[in-house]
Design a protein around this ligand. Structure first.
Ligand code: MTE
Ligand code: MO
Length: 230
């Protein structure tokens, strides 16, 4: 019987210790989530708005940077946005010239394949407005976005037209911060994060329907539709 009691004692002790461990773990979890929400809070800049029509916005700087070669600092004295490829006239815009087009506001969530997402109020210009002056040719079915860091990605022009996608220069009512792609980010509505080209310097009109960008070449799906569960 001594043996059984010993065993019972051992089991109870184990449970007590395990329960204490759980409590400790819960405490660690609570502290962790507090630190995390403070970190989220810290990512907001003073000029950013925090909610829009009752929707809580996320800071326009992500939890961490996964850019292929780090955050880019674009020299605005030399910056132009070029529209190239299958167009009647290759066209270059200065930052100010882009901002002259009618502005469009959209509340859109960016979903990264790494599991985080950010709901941000974007303001920018229609990509189709930028193309109009260049005059895309009939065969130009694809837009290839080229960025300051050498990153590229592409999307069918038809989807950009259907969604009326924008090139954003403001996030949450403030100028787009460098980590989010200053001067411009493609707001690739309903597409995964890797379609959201940041620090865009060139939009090439192409007939290459099989074009694969930086991540697509490494095996990421070229459609990149957000797999909505709702
Ligand atoms: N120029 C450029 N744009 C880019 C990237 C990049 O490395 N370079 N990364 C893409 C990816 S994978 C995501 S999820 C979004 C947000 O990047 P972040 O996770 O580094 O904030 O930007 C996209 N646009
Ligand atoms: Mo990503």
């Amino acid at each position: 019987m001594k043996g059984k009691k010993g065993l019972l004692f051992a089991m109870v002790s184990f449970l007590v210790i395990a329960a204490a461990g759980c409590g400790e773990q819960a405490e660690i979890n609570r502290e962790y989530s507090e630190i995390m929400s403070r970190a989220t809070e810290d990512r907001f800049s003073a000029t950013e708005i925090r909610d829009y029509k009752g929707v809580r916005l996320d800071p326009s700087i992500g939890p961490r940077d996964n850019s292929i070669t780090g955050i880019q600092s674009v020299n605005m004295e030399e910056y132009t946005l070029s529209i190239t490829g299958l167009v009647k006239t290759v066209t270059e815009y200065t930052y100010e010239e882009v901002l002259e087009y009618p502005s469009v506001e959209k509340l859109i969530t960016l979903y990264c394949v790494e599991g985080w997402d950010a709901t941000i109020l974007w303001e920018g210009v229609r990509i189709t407005d930028l193309l109009e002056k260049a005059g895309p040719l009939e065969d130009g079915k694809i837009l290839v976005f080229r960025c300051h860091d050498g990153y590229t990605t592409s999307m069918p022009l038809s989807e950009i037209q259907e969604k009326d996608m924008i090139l954003a220069y403001h996030s949450n009512g403030a100028p787009l911060p460098e980590p989010m792609g200053f001067p411009f980010i493609v707001v690739a509505e309903d597409k995964l994060g890797y379609k959201w080209a940041r620090w865009v310097v060139e939009i090439e009109v192409s007939d290459d329907v099989d074009y694969e960008g930086t991540w697509e070449r490494r095996g990421y799906d070229n459609e990149a539709d957000v797999p909505f569960e709702e």
